[in-house]
Design a protein around this ligand. Sequence first.
Ligand SMILES: [Zn+2]
Length: 264
Amino acid sequence: MRKRLTGSRLAMPVALCLLACLWAPVSGDSQATQQGQASEEKGKTLEREEKSQELGLDRMLKKIHWLGHASFRIEGETTVYFDPFRLKKGAAAADVICVSHSHSDHCSPEDIKLIQKKETVLVTTSDCVKKLSGEVVTVKPGDTLTVKGLKIQVVPAYNTNKKFHPRDKGWVGFVVTVEGQRVYHTGDTDFIPEMKKLDVDVALLPVSGTYVMTAEEAAQAAKAIAPRLAIPMHYGTIVGDEKDALTFKEKSGVRVEILRRETR
Ligand SMILES: [Zn+2]
């Protein structure tokens, strides 16, 4: 009885040790394999996410129409215009129109009339509102709102080294989320510190100089904002030309698409 007891007492640690010795390498390998599989899966998921984001971005790019100067139409489920100006007759009707400030090349009542339906919502600053009729929402920098299902963040726009757009006017730019993509229309502005805090997918940046950023300054702004795509604007009408757009593309360090101006 004693022998058997002693034997079993001895046998137990030996068996445990053997089990542990056998278990340890198997367990280590298995953990490493599991970790490897997990990181591979994570990598694939990230790759898939990146691909789908890029696809989303390319889809969005097709929906963005540059109408000259600072004027754009985004044709998604909701048709959004920014600063409609010198539109041709027959331009598509708008669901939402965002107007950055009261200067006549941005706040243009005759252009707005061309695309305004009864149910169109205008989003603009108080000094532009005075020139318009219909359903108008007055905004100022710092506001966030949802219009026709679109989330709109209203951001400041002003000059830092010229006098045309003083900060105290309360003029604006917009970050509008269209089908999951955050599109930033800066309005008339220089490169301002507030841009560094923005999280956007697409940035529409002025490049002409004179009243707004130069192409070089816009390139600095693009570096700071780091959008996934930048599109130059505010050239080819009144001030600036295609050379500014090309300089911007060359120096900005982000993906840049120079859009062909559409005639309507
Ligand atoms: Zn202006």
